[in-house]
Design a protein around this ligand. Structure first.
Ligand code: SAM
Length: 330
């Protein structure tokens, strides 16, 4: 998924499903780190004004539980899984993806952190990562231009060090995969497993690491991972008014979130997701949203024409877009 760069359609997605039964409450403990200002108690964070419920035709979606105003911060979210791109790995914090102020060329082979806090957060799984030789796995990703296997590697290390459950992503919708995609993933699985085996990590710690697990995680990451492009703090106010039409810098990495993964796509979205300085996501309203209206973001560059958008969504995410803009042929 990527930043929204374009939005011009008038909203017609009104009052969808205001009676729907919530599947997940936004204050649920499984969505730690989701915060917003409470209008009745200014200055005090309250539960965000959203709920996850079934939509009429796109599975689960996110709905406003009250009127939300243009530019309002709906909620923030911390990633449950993140990894820098291989090209930025020595330029950004290995945990939060914040750009590092200085990079020490004598330490070019080592990853760095922006703070002691980020280093502490990674302690368990980073120690596990350091025990194995990842050169063959990283070469496999680099030579094929793959980024998602890096997230699988990190989740595997988190699960082995008990920093996260191996089932962490089970709640997310998986992509349907073609037999050819599965064959291509098998090579990655073999390399991941042998990196652990060669570092003498064996037994119970590795019992979850089956081919089925590896493919299941990649299937979920394929639909739910976000490509992180940082816009920088100075852009925040501008973004509220210009609806994300500002070009951001190249991706610093990829990440998976829980609540943002339930936002459906629209080629004329009423909300968007942005990253200011690190992988902490901010979901903001692009226009006024009524209570009960579904909140949707744009997964791709909305300035593309109809054919290009459908092709991107079909090839990248495996679905045909049925938003109002596409249905109108625009
Ligand atoms: C990131 S998930 C969004 C949450 C998902 N609906 C769920 O139940 O978990 C993306 C998936 O939602 C569905 N979807 C989202 N936006 C859609 C759209 N505009 N048209 C058709 N299907 C859509 C597709 O199945 C897509 O693969």
């Amino acid at each position: 998924m990527g930043l929204v760069r374009y939005s011009r359609w008038a909203s017609r997605l009104k009052t969808l499903n205001s009676q729907t039964k919530p599947l997940l409450s936004s204050s649920s403990s499984s969505f730690s780190s989701v915060t917003t200002a409470d209008n009745e108690n200014p200055g005090r964070p309250g539960p965000p004004p959203i709920r996850v419920a079934l939509t009429e035709s796109f599975g689960r979606g996110v709905f406003a539980t009250r009127k939300i105003e243009t530019g309002e911060l709906i909620h923030t979210a911390k990633p449950v899984l993140s990894h820098p791109s291989l090209s930025t790995i020595h330029k950004v914090c290995y945990f939060c993806l914040r750009k590092l102020k200085t990079t020490d060329s004598s330490q070019a082979q080592r990853v760095s952190f922006c703070s002691d806090e980020c280093q502490r957060e990674t302690k368990g799984f980073h120690d596990m990562e350091m025990r194995a030789d990842w050169s063959a796995y990283d070469d496999y990703c680099r030579s094929r231009g793959l980024k998602y296997p890096l997230l699988v590697k990190r989740l595997a290390c988190m699960a082995m060090s008990r920093a996260a459950s191996a089932n962490l992503l089970d709640i997310l919708q998986p992509a349907s995969l073609s037999p050819q995609m599965i064959v291509e993933m098998e090579e990655g699985f073999r390399l991941l497993r042998s990196a652990f085996e060669n570092s003498n990590i064996i037994g119970e710690q590795m019992s979850f690491l089956t081919k089925q697990w590896y493919i299941g995680i990649l299937a979920r990451i394929r639909i739910n991972a976000f490509r992180i492009e940082l816009v920088g703090a100075l852009y925040d106010d501008l973004l509220s008014s210009l609806a994300a039409s500002i070009e951001s810098e190249a991706a610093v990495g990829n990440a998976v979130y829980m609540l943002p993964s339930f936002y459906n796509h629209d080629c004329d979205p009423n909300s968007h997701i942005i990253w200011i300085e690190n992988a902490d996501a901010r979901l903001k309203a692009l226009r006024d949203v009524d209570e009960g209206e579904e909140l949707r973001i744009c997964y791709i560059d909305a300035s593309m024409d109809h054919v290009a958008r459908q092709s991107f969504l079909s090839q990248g995410f495996g679905f045909q877009c049925n938003c109002l803009r596409c249905l109108s042929g625009d």
